[in-house]
Design a binder for this molecule. Structure first.
Ligand SMILES: [Zn+2]
Length: 277
């Protein structure tokens, strides 16, 4: 018999038990499909309008929508890693009209005397087209190169130049991590990128070490303890454990250093002791 048999007497079809909630399951499917729709990097980006402090012209630059990305961790040298995309790719602003370029954080901070230097050394013959859509790592690395050429031209302080090199090194590391392992020539490309990353980070180390002797905090927005920690990590990377050990001891002994940096300094000390890099 069955609970729903004999429904024909109402002029209805028999109800089969497995059909009762079938309707619901079916209607759930398209919703699932929609959730699965791939989210692209561009969904997290917006075009922001800048007014160039050097040439006065307006232009648009791609930027990451604030609060749309989630931090999932940091490397030993404080490189931030995000879930949805790598915001380091969008840190540099480039004016396509005159070539003036800097990190978004410092883009407005340029003196009149420095503007003159940009016009003299950068603007003449400069041509650049903002990439379409999301930036590739190579687009981003090029933008760091342009920003660094500017920083050199307008005699930016060492800490800011070093900070650009640091972020450029981090961006190259991001590129290495993004390379598909089955790509032809993968090993050779990784080798070249690692050399570039080392070069950028070595420049960062030299620049920060120089800045520490002649500048006052904040150093590119960082306090002295953060700067010392970064110098220590990079020193270990390049085999200067003596420099690192001294800085780490001071950080650990200090009463004013924030606990997060202190904890990292302790981890770094353990690494040096155990002979890891
Ligand atoms: Zn401009």
């Amino acid at each position: 018999m069955g609970l729903f048999s004999g429904m024909d007497k109402f002029g209805l079809k028999d109800i089969k038990n497995d059909e009762i909630f079938g309707e619901k399951e079916k209607s759930a499917e398209p919703v699932k499909e929609e959730v699965k729709k791939t989210v692209s990097e561009e969904d997290f980006l917006i075009d922001r309008t800048y007014s160039c402090p050097v040439c006065g012209k307006e232009f648009k630059s791609r930027t990451v929508k604030s609060r749309s990305v989630r931090l999932i961790g940091t490397d030993d040298d404080l490189r931030p890693k995000y879930q949805q995309l790598d915001p380091l790719k969008y840190d540099v602003v480039v004016c396509p009209h005159c070539g003036y370029s800097a990190l978004a954080r410092t883009f407005k901070d340029i003196y009149d005397s420095q503007k003159k230097l940009v016009i003299e050394s950068i603007s003449k013959g400069f041509h650049y087209t903002e990439p379409e859509g999301a930036y590739s790592y190579d687009d981003a690395i090029e933008r760091y190169q342009i920003a660094l050429a500017n920083a050199m031209a307008f005699k930016q302080v060492d800490s800011e130049k070093a900070y650009l090199c640091l972020r450029m090194g981090w961006t190259i590391r991001g590129k290495i991590e993004s390379l598909p392992k089955d790509k032809p020539g993968y090993e050779a490309e990784v080798k070249t990128c690692r050399e570039d990353e080392d070069e950028a980070l070595k420049l960062a180390l030299d620049g920060f070490a120089a800045a520490r002797t002649k500048e006052q905090a904040p150093f590119a927005g960082m306090d002295e303890a953060t700067l010392d920690y970064i110098i220590a990590v990079l020193s270990v990377r390049f085999g200067r454990n003596d420099v690192a050990s001294k800085l780490i001891s001071n950080l650990i002994a200090s009463m004013t250093v924030n606990p997060r940096i202190k904890e990292r300094a302790r981890d770094l000390k353990d690494k040096i002791v155990s002979g890891q890099k």
